[in-house]
Ligand binder design. Structure first.
Ligand SMILES: C[S@@+](CC[C@H](N)C(=O)[O-])C[C@H]1O[C@@H](n2cnc3c(N)ncnc32)[C@H](O)[C@@H]1O
Length: 389
């Protein structure tokens, strides 16, 4: 296990802040230290104003996200192309001869493994999901050292991409182990890379190792965006005092506490220890705040309807929140249930219709729809039992 100082040095070198030949260290306002929420984190060593760039990270490895069921070019990520073809050596999906020329590094690795089946029988979606981990095999020693210093979940489901890949190839044990570790590190630390606006591209994940050292808070003080070279620009989103940990947010900021917490537990395997989650008023909104939330949801929904955006993602989220507020009111005042029932049902139905199948939807959307939607015939008490989970 590397010490915080060793890790800070690796991080600085990776970011180009440390030149080992001339021993020149550029000034930096943060460092890697032990975190109060778990493991290591990034801590401000100076006061940092809002809007300041903290670092520009680049992915050690990247590739199509595992949730993708869309066929797309494994080089340029384009989908919806009539000219897709499978490389006859590695079975990766490509869209053009230019992309074929660019895929030789990936191809050389895969083509070196003995195939158990014919190329035509290899599922290109399996190839696409395993690609980020396959690319970890091309990292140099320094990059491998950085990757192995990152946190990694070791539950059996992490690495499933490689188990599927093994149906098609005979993969040496050491190589399999390295790829499984890459999957574990990806599942723990990877970020979804934003798709360029208006472009039809497969959704990608990237292992940004410096950003991977940032812990999560539901009240983050840093934010990130991407440029067209897949670099991640991490900036402060408020003033950060020296000594304070710098947090980003792994969940939806507008989601309710239960939704955020269960999402983080299911997908990232931790119970969030941030101050927002520790604040019971987030769960227990006062009556006046509940009323305010109701008014705001209705007002914004009316504005979106006036703009003709009734089926937008934002509308789906607002219907979900309007439903949650009405259901909470009925839970607190069971005598109001009959009057609120039809709106509780219609709002969750609208939210469900818009957001179903969307991985960024609140995780309890389906459960709420089943228990509090129009088709549920369970008695009132049973329907409301899910609200106390
Ligand atoms: C991407 S890593 C962040 C860096 C990590 N702390 C390390 O030492 O490498 C994510 C892991 O950090 C921990 N973590 C991050 N944010 C947390 C939070 N708000 N509450 C509890 N644990 C958190 C969890 O163990 C999570 O799996």
């Amino acid at each position: 296990m590397l010490s915080s100082n060793q890790l800070t040095q690796i991080v600085h070198k990776y970011l180009g802040l440390y030149n080992s030949t001339d021993c020149i260290q550029q000034f930096c306002k943060w460092t890697v230290r032990e975190s109060t929420v778990g493991g290591r984190g990034i801590i401000a060593t100076e006061d940092i104003p809002c809007g300041e760039v903290l670092f520009v990270d680049r992915p050690l490895i990247f590739g199509p996200r595992c949730g993708n069921v869309i066929r797309g070019c494994t080089v340029c990520s384009k989908f919806e192309d009539d000219g897709f073809f499978k490389c006859s050596l590695c079975a990766l999906l490509l869209c053009s001869t230019e992309c074929q020329d660019f895929h030789t590094d990936d191809c050389n690795i895969i083509a070196g493994w003995k195939k158990k089946v014919d190329i035509e029988e290899i599922d290109e979606i399996v190839m696409s999901h395993a690609l980020a981990a396959i690319r970890a095999l091309s990292l140099n020693q320094e990059q491998k050292q950085f990757m192995s210093a990152l946190a990694a979940h070791t539950l059996p489901q992490h690495g499933g991409e490689i188990i599927k890949l093994k149906q098609y190839f005979e993969i040496p044990e050491e190589i399999e182990k390295d790829m499984i570790f890459a999957c574990q590190a990806l599942d723990t630390n990877a970020f979804q890379i934003a798709t360029p606006y208006g472009k039809k591209e497969m959704s990608l994940r990237g292992l940004y190792p410096v950003a991977g050292l940032m812990n999560h808070s539901c009240l983050p003080n840093a934010t990130y965006s991407y440029n067209d070279e897949r670099q991640m620009i991490v900036k402060t989103s408020r003033f950060i005092a020296a000594g304070t940990e710098i947090f980003t947010c792994y969940s939806g900021i507008l989601w309710g506490t239960t939704t955020r917490r269960s999402y983080l537990f299911k997908t990232k395997h931790f119970w969030c220890k941030c101050e927002r989650c520790a604040d019971p008023t987030e769960n227990e909104l006062t009556e006046s705040r509940l009323s305010l939330k109701l008014v705001l949801c209705r007002d914004i929904l009316a504005t979106l309807a006036a703009l003709g955006l009734e089926d937008s993602h934002l509308c789906g989220l607002l219907f979900y929140h309007l439903h949650a507020t009405l259901a909470e009111r009925a839970r607190r005042h069971p005598d109001l249930y009959d009057g609120l029932k039809s709106e509780i049902e219609s709002t969750i139905e609208r939210a469900y219709r818009i957001l179903r199948g969307d991985i960024s939807a609140p995780v309890d959307l389906e459960l709420r729809y089943r228990y509090l939607g129009p088709d549920c015939e369970k008695p009132q008490q049973e329907r409301f039992s899910i609200l106390s989970i």
